[in-house]
Design a protein around this ligand. Structure first.
Ligand code: SF4
Ligand code: SF4
Length: 128
């Protein structure tokens, strides 16, 4: 399960992801992170059966946590299978099948948003 975590990095605050790994023993896969001196945002992947534990621990440490049930989604009535989204995606989420029809492996999506602007049909939507 993917969780989008946002947190403050005020002076004196501890590294939240490292602290959650230590406190829960859950191995957290950080798929994307943007962190500056004052705040951070991280997309993490955790095992489904430990998602609630990680979520609750992060919230107790002051983070905001959003559970993401899905990655990118495509409006099939708008998509024209042009393939413009394929090369821009850093995670190889998109491909064309043998009938030149767009296929998604949305579980690979890290919600970076790069494909949204590349689509001439505005056929792509993020869950956030
Ligand atoms: S949001 Fe980023 S990772 Fe997800 S499909 Fe689009 S380009 Fe790929
Ligand atoms: S860029 Fe848009 S229209 Fe083209 S294949 Fe991707 S989703 Fe479909």
């Amino acid at each position: 399960m993917k969780l989008l975590v946002t947190f403050s990095r005020k002076k004196g605050s501890k590294p939240i992801i490292a602290q959650v790994v230590r406190d829960t023993g859950v191995l957290i896969n950080v798929e994307r992170a943007i962190i500056d001196s004052s705040e951070g945002e991280a997309l993490i992947d955790v095992p489904d059966d430990q998602c609630q534990l990680v979520r609750n621990t992060m919230i107790s440490l002051g983070a905001n946590v959003q559970t993401l049930e899905h990655g990118i989604s495509v409006n099939e009535s708008e998509c024209v299978d042009c393939g413009a989204c394929i090369s821009i995606c850093p995670r190889e989420v998109f491909s064309l099948d043998s009938h030149w029809k767009l296929q998604l492996a949305e579980e690979k999506c890290v919600i970076c948003g790069k494909c949204i602007e590349a689509c001439p049909q505005q056929a792509l939507t993020l869950p956030i």
